[in-house]
Ligand binder design. Sequence first.
Ligand code: BDR
Ligand code: CA
Length: 319
Amino acid sequence: MTQLPIIIDTDPGIDDAVALLMALTSPEFDVIGLSVVAGNVSFEHTLANTLKVRELTGRPDVPIYPGCDRPLLREPVYGLFSGAGGLGKAALPEPTLSAETEHAVDFLVRVLGEAAAGHRPKPTLCPIGPLTNIALAIAHSPEVVAGIDRIVLMGGAFADLGNRSIAAEFNILVDPHAAQIVMACGAPIVMLPLDLTHKAIATFERIDAIRALNNPVASVVADLLTFWDRRDVDRFQTRGGPLHDPTVFSYLLNPEWFSGREGFVAVEVASELSMGHTVVDWWGQTDQPPNALVLTDIDADAFFDDLCRRLARYVKSAP
Ligand code: BDR
Ligand code: CA
């Protein structure tokens, strides 16, 4: 099997943890590394949580690179739904291995630089947190953009607006300046915004199906997703929480379950009221060519069935 080389930039975070557990048991991916950023919780916690998740997967071969502990320009904003430590009340193993000493931005510059020079295949970047690490790598060494195959990111909100402010999606709100650098970088971009991820709700029935897999990883995922319940039936028409970040990996594995449209996307960085809002030009008002494929629909049943099948691969504590 030809594996897709990917780099995951992450801020665990409950849905990040589920995404990592999904990606690390998928042989279709060659996970070159996990770069960590502050987001759902402070950096100390996102790094510790990434180490715990790797421990749970039994994948010591996947290196973890510590990245930025705050946004480029703005004060940190943290999430509201992952609990104080970032993994709800789920019990994950204490890590036996450490993170790498190389900084995530140096890691990105190194690997993408090698790819740009033709010394390795170009990785797909999978950012599922604020875009601080990716933006810094691009700002530091713009030539690395030539080493990116494409960027497939969870972020943005177009018609289905904010989840941490009235106008913005969390990952973009936390570091809108970083998001603007990434959107303007010139690499092919696929966005999975709230418009899509709010159609992928971890309902009680779906959590029950995961728990019924009856392996240690599936039990942790069921505990994580039980904590993730938004209790917002008005907004989601059901109990449960949106499973944002794993949709990125589902798209890479099964793009036929997704649909959307290309447009020119820019990020609001001036107005405090709508800071981080992602604005899309569908109709050529700006004369700018499209810079992103914006996905807005998902076959949620297929996505959850496949997530179950992948989590079923975990037996005892290793995939
Ligand atoms: C995004 O923000 C975080 O809460 C989640 O991990 C996801 O990446 C959704 O807005
Ligand atoms: Ca995230």
